[in-house]
Ligand binder design. Structure first.
Ligand code: UFG
Length: 331
């Protein structure tokens, strides 16, 4: 039995592939390299198909050739700001493309999917920490596409018996402890890598998007989670579905502690020893003020325990990657 990972050349995808391989899984990657890196595939050394998930016929061939029983589906566009500027790109590449993938799975009898969902499904939460049963009301198209796909998966379970575990990531950061893979987005928009690029002298400053939110210091609060802790949750989700458990379920993945943008900058100054210049800027459209997870369901149901929960450890892990690979995956 093999696991097919879509988007396995991307940031969270590649770290999950590494985790699965380290635990003896046969893994096959499909990625169109629109945002992923061939360098990540090279570092992972797994079978790779450079293709789009909309190519259903090819997918069905791969399912059969590799005896795939589970899909882990990362392939998507995932930027909150960009989704507000260009929502139709998000509905096409996330919702429509996932529809094609699910069709191919149903036709081939592949019954399990682990799906990359997001804290952005909640919108501006009524309370923090957020529980999975709390209201979902996305404040940006990105979150709405992920919620729509969760609903597609609910109905697909009822209609076809397709089982799904949807992992609602909070803010991923950090890098693999030994393999040469890490976070490299072009352009980079995520807070921690942007801050570390300032420390490396690649940017003059970090812009703080909004300092008038209803939070302690006025900047947005997020729950940062190490990418290897996200990766282990995928492995546990696969185990759960293979053991016959699971139906159509969603789990939050975070550490349960919120850090403001200013606090992230402060911790990064301490970790890197660089004075990182920060300047106040306008709010970014679509940003909720505060997103912090309750992950007690993932802990109790999946048996998940984050190993790198502390923000300093997470930033230090990202810093190791950025120092060793200042140009990321290069050209
Ligand atoms: N921020 C800045 N300056 C920057 C970059 C970010 O102030 O240069 C702020 C943002 O406004 C936000 C916070 O830092 O308040 C974190 O921003 P990121 O872009 O790093 O992450 P997001 O919270 O926007 O989004 C990430 C993922 C989404 C996911 C979300 C869940 O990219 O896919 O976390 O919390 F949905």
């Amino acid at each position: 039995m093999s696991v097919l990972v879509t988007g396995g050349a991307g940031y969270i995808g590649s770290h999950t592939v590494a985790e699965l391989v380290a635990h003896g899984e046969e893994v096959v990657v499909v990625d169109n390299l629109s945002t992923g890196h061939s360098g990540a595939i090279y570092a992972l050394g797994v079978p790779f198909y450079h293709m789009d998930i909309r190519e259903t016929e090819r997918l069905r061939e791969i399912f059969s050739r590799h005896a795939v029983d589970t899909v882990v589906h990362f392939a998507a566009n995932s930027l909150v700001g960009e989704s507000v500027q260009d929502p139709l790109k998000y509905y096409e590449n996330n919702v429509a493309a996932t529809g094609r993938l699910l069709e191919a799975m149903v036709e081939s009898g592949v019954q399990n999917i682990v799906f990359s969902s997001t804290a952005a499904v909640y919108g501006e939460p009524a309370r923090v920490p957020i529980a999975e049963t709390d209201a979902t009301s996305p404040t940006n198209p990105y979150g709405d596409t992920k919620l729509t796909i969760e609903r597609m998966l609910d109905w697909s379970y009822q209609a076809y018996g397709l089982k799904s575990i949807r992992l609602r990531y909070f803010n991923a950061a950090g890098a693999h402890p030994t393999l040469p893979i890490g976070e490299d987005h072009r352009p980079e928009t995520h807070l921690i890598p942007v801050v570390l690029q300032v420390a490396l002298g690649q940017r003059e400053h970090v812009a703080i998007f909004g300092d008038d939110y209803d939070t302690e210091d006025g900047t947005c609060v997020r729950d940062y989670i190490h990418v290897m802790d996200l990766a282990s949750a995928h492995r546990l989700a696969i185990e759960r579905m293979r053991s016959g458990e699971g139906t159509a379920e969603s789990f939050n993945l975070g550490n349960g502690t919120g850090f403001s943008v200013r606090q992230v900058v402060e911790v990064s100054r301490k970790v890197t020893g660089h004075s990182i210049q920060a300047v106040n800027a306008a709010r970014r459209a679509g940003d909720p003020a505060r997103l912090v997870a309750s992950s007690s369901l993932a802990r109790s149901t999946l048996g998940w325990t984050p190993q790198f929960a502390d923000l300093e450890t997470i930033v230090a892990s990202a810093w190791n990657w950025h120092q060793a690979h200042p140009q990321g995956f290069g050209e």
